[in-house]
Design a protein around this ligand. Structure first.
Ligand code: ADP
Ligand code: MG
Length: 155
């Protein structure tokens, strides 16, 4: 389903509410061009998980780790050259753990993203500078939480 976000504050509210709903083992894949808002959204999700550290995009490190209500692994796979490189960093230890994982540019590792992942595709809107369209795709087990999220935010 598609939701329309009309401001950076609304994106932050969406992220924080999602962060509060995350559970151990959850993986959230984010896609969207540079500037679409993946890192902005990741920061809000981290805040929703009670993480007060300064969150930076792990573009050069591929993954950053934080400790919140759950451990959080924040990936940005923009600079990996192929999926093989994810094995080199031992991605399975992160993905199949008791943490939550956020993956920016998850479309670049399509074969490694678990089918149970929540997918958030961010697109720039056409109406104004802060408009974003978020396409949410998920397996059935996410549906209840996604519905709760959208209800909570009146989206
Ligand atoms: P990405 O990680 O996808 O490259 P960033 O989150 O780093 O994107 O950058 C998004 C940019 O767009 C930021 O400069 C942010 O201030 C701006 N922005 C404007 N409106 C929004 C919005 N509704 N949601 C997210 N970011 C927004
Ligand atoms: Mg980013």
């Amino acid at each position: 389903m598609n939701i329309t976000i009309n401001s950076e504050q609304q994106m932050a509210a969406f992220g924080m509410a999602l962060g509060r709903l995350l559970r151990a083992g959850d993986i959230v894949g984010m896609t969207g061009d540079l500037g679409a808002g993946k890192t902005t959204l990741s920061k809000a999700i981290a805040r929703g998980m009670g993480i007060e550290d300064h969150i930076t995009s792990p573009t050069f490190t591929i993954v950053n780790e934080y400790e919140g209500t759950l451990p959080l692994y924040h990936f940005d796979v923009y600079r990996i050259s192929d999926e093989e490189e994810m094995y080199d960093i031992g991605y399975e230890e992160y993905f199949f753990s008791k943490a939550a994982c956020l993956v920016e540019w998850a479309n670049l590792i399509p074969n490694l993203m678990p089918v149970e992942s929540l997918w958030l595709e961010l697109h720039l809107g056409t109406q104004h500078a802060e408009e974003r369209i978020v396409k949410i795709t998920c397996e059935a087990h996410w549906q209840e939480r996604v519905d709760q999220l959208l209800r909570e935010l009146n989206l």
